[in-house]
Design a protein around this ligand. Structure first.
Ligand code: PLP
Length: 372
């Protein structure tokens, strides 16, 4: 079976360096915060070109901290998409704010038109829009230039959900550099993955970084004294040490993801009715996922590929606004969410991780061609 993703392969590829990093932490005896975490934060800030990077316990927490650090909470509406990991929407509610979900564009990311239309027809009496969180889904940059302009026009705080897009660029500029803050997940299968949970927020704003550092640890600026009401969301030094090793490999891993995507796109071109990922003008995607649009034949394609030993996943099978916890309880943007609902029925993620050999990519291509 060729798996859709394989975090163990990433460990085995750097086994000695990772084992040594873990041993270093075990032996130095400092198991919360400290120099390993600070060093990873410096490395990640340098990688992203951000002034500050503040590590925390998960990508979900990174979003919650970014929202709270920017003063967003009860009484505020935050606009995002429904075609995303549920964490994007959950984080808004966990920060005490009210999510509003808008439709996607032809690249499966937030539609600037839907965003603008939603803001134009904002219902009187509803919580006022305070922030917008576009998601750079699948490692593809969203229409961030247009969204940033709309955010500025309507006085909205822009936060980027970068959980799937470490290092992706648009017109040569990294995503995560448009907003006031960007939230990253370091979940094992993400482009930069820990050996457990992890997250990190980047920002250029000194006072926001200061708030994030306090919020992640009980609101402390001084030990045992809570200056503000905070939470406990720290990245383990063990994870930070592993992540420092993996961050060094990220540029090469990204190049490999891009090469695999190019191989798929060449090998699968011209299949009638099977749409391959489209690249936005000026974008350099980092292919967290290689997602095809199989239309009405998606479930059939997935089942037949499974029979041929090819693992696939669906990101995501049910839009957030149609999941039991949220259905009927979340405001939807102007025009409804037809693209989102269609995407959930037609998307399929093919195997893609940096250690996937070309021979397996070719096996997947042949399998898709045989069943299509
Ligand atoms: C993975 C992910 C998150 C949440 O990250 P966790 O580390 O799992 O909490 C948020 N948003 C998106 C788009 C994600 O893919």
């Amino acid at each position: 079976m060729i798996p859709q993703t394989n975090p163990k392969a990433a460990y085995l590829a750097q086994r000695e360096a990772i084992d040594a990093a873990i041993r270093r932490v075990l032996e130095n005896g400092w198991y919360i915060q400290g120099e390993e975490v600070a060093a990873f934060e410096r490395d990640f800030a340098a990688y992203t070109g951000s002034k500050h990077a503040v590590a925390c316990a998960s990508g979900t927490d990174a979003l919650i901290l970014a929202l709270r650090g920017l003063g967003i909470g009860p009484g505020d509406a935050v606009i995002t998409v429904s075609h995303t990991a549920v964490a994007t929407v959950a984080a808004i509610q966990l920060a005490g704010a009210t999510p509003v979900l808008v439709d996607t564009d032809e690249y499966w990311a937030m539609s600037p038109q839907a965003l603008e239309a939603t803001l134009q027809s904002w219902p009187a009496g509803a919580p006022k829009p305070k922030a917008v969180i576009p998601v750079h889904l699948y490692g593809q940059p969203a229409a961030i230039t247009e969204i940033a302009a709309i955010a500025e026009k309507h006085n909205l705080i822009l936060i980027e959900d970068n959980a799937q897009a470490h290092g992706a660029t648009l017109n040569g500029r990294m995503v995560g550099r448009w907003g006031k803050a960007a939230a990253y997940s370091l979940y094992p299968t993400k482009n930069l993955g820990a050996i457990g949970d992890g997250g990190i927020v980047t920002t250029d704003d000194d006072s926001v970084a200061d708030a994030l550092r306090a919020l992640r640890e009980y609101g402390w600026r001084e030990r045992y004294i809570s200056a503000i009401a905070g939470m406990n969301s720290r990245l383990d030094p063990l994870q930070a040490a592993v992540l420092r090793v993996k961050l060094m490999a990220l540029p090469a891993d990204t190049a490999r993801r891009q090469a695999i995507a190019a191989r798929y796109s060449a090998g699968l071109a011209g299949l009638n009715g099977l749409a391959l990922p489209r690249i936005r003008a000026g974008a350099a995607p980092v292919y967290h996922l290689y997602v095809v649009d199989a239309g009405a034949r998606r479930d059939e394609l997935q089942a037949k590929l499974k029979d041929k030993g090819v693992g696939t996943l669906i990101h995501y099978p049910v839009p957030v606004h149609l999941q039991p916890a949220y259905q009927g309880k979340i405001a939807l943007g102007a025009g409804g969410l037809p693209n989102t609902e269609r995407a959930a029925k037609s998307v399929l993620s093919l195997p893609l991780f940096p250690q996937l050999p070309d021979s397996d990519v070719d096996t997947v291509i042949a399998a898709v061609k045989a069943v299509w």
